[in-house]
Design a protein around this ligand. Structure first.
Ligand SMILES: CC(C)(COP(=O)(O)OP(=O)(O)OC[C@H]1O[C@@H](n2cnc3c(N)ncnc32)[C@H](O)[C@@H]1OP(=O)(O)O)[C@@H](O)C(=O)NCCC(=O)NCCS
Length: 177
């Protein structure tokens, strides 16, 4: 996989020295409150996440990208694609997601990385559909999804804590339209 460059970012594979900055992002309860079981993750759990993402890259030809700032070389977070395992309504479909360190919010980086990821999915990888799942009260993610042209398509409940979720999707034909 070659790196993807956007005006301000590089989306790339994971390096060993990403573990410390990603663990710092994963230690922040505000970043993690709508991811997985909603709790912060340890360095060990973060190492397992990176391993899982690398395996997904090997098996599927897509996965979560490390998002690096071109200017400073800092790791801003992770944006990319995973095969969703929950909620049941989208299980098995390819989902786009994002998490950035709090200092990187409000600067358009999530949208910039997500646009490049969607183009990678639908144009380079030839997928014909990408979905997303977002907590119903997650206005920042809903804003990013709206800018991507992804439409709300349904509702579901979080399989662990029962929160309301909104399901989004975009087909290749909608993307190209
Ligand atoms: C979701 C999340 C990634 C969104 O980050 P974000 O910074 O709000 O999103 P963006 O990067 O698109 O930035 C949005 C704002 O940046 C500003 N912005 C946009 N482009 C910009 C640019 N080129 N230069 C400077 N600022 C810019 C704008 O104010 C924009 O808001 P607007 O679209 O309403 O005008 C972030 O809140 C996060 O990591 N949350 C925790 C993880 C999480 O819950 N993930 C969801 C689970 S899938």
């Amino acid at each position: 996989m070659t790196d993807i460059r956007t005006p301000r970012l590089v989306l790339r594979q994971w390096h060993d020295d990403d573990l410390v900055p990603l663990s710092e992002i994963h230690a922040d309860p505000v970043v993690m409150r709508r991811i997985g079981d909603g709790t912060p993750r340890s360095v060990e759990q973060t190492a397992r996440d990176i391993e899982t993402w690398e395996e997904e890259w090997d098996e599927e030809g897509f996965g979560m990208f490390a998002v690096e700032l071109l200017g400073s070389g800092e790791l801003a977070g992770a944006v990319g694609l995973t095969v969703a395992d929950a909620p049941a309504e989208i299980a098995g479909q390819v989902a786009i997601s994002w998490r950035l360190g709090r200092v990187f919010w409000g600067q358009g980086y999530a949208s910039e990385a997500a646009h490049a990821t969607l183009e990678f999915a639908l144009q380079d990888r030839g997928l014909d559909r990408v979905v997303a799942v977002c907590h119903a009260d997650d206005r920042a993610s809903a804003n990013v999804l709206g800018k991507l042209g992804m439409e709300p398509e349904g509702r579901a409940q979080h399989p662990v804590h029962g929160h309301d979720l909104t399901l989004y999707g975009i087909d290749l034909t909608q993307y190209e339209g």
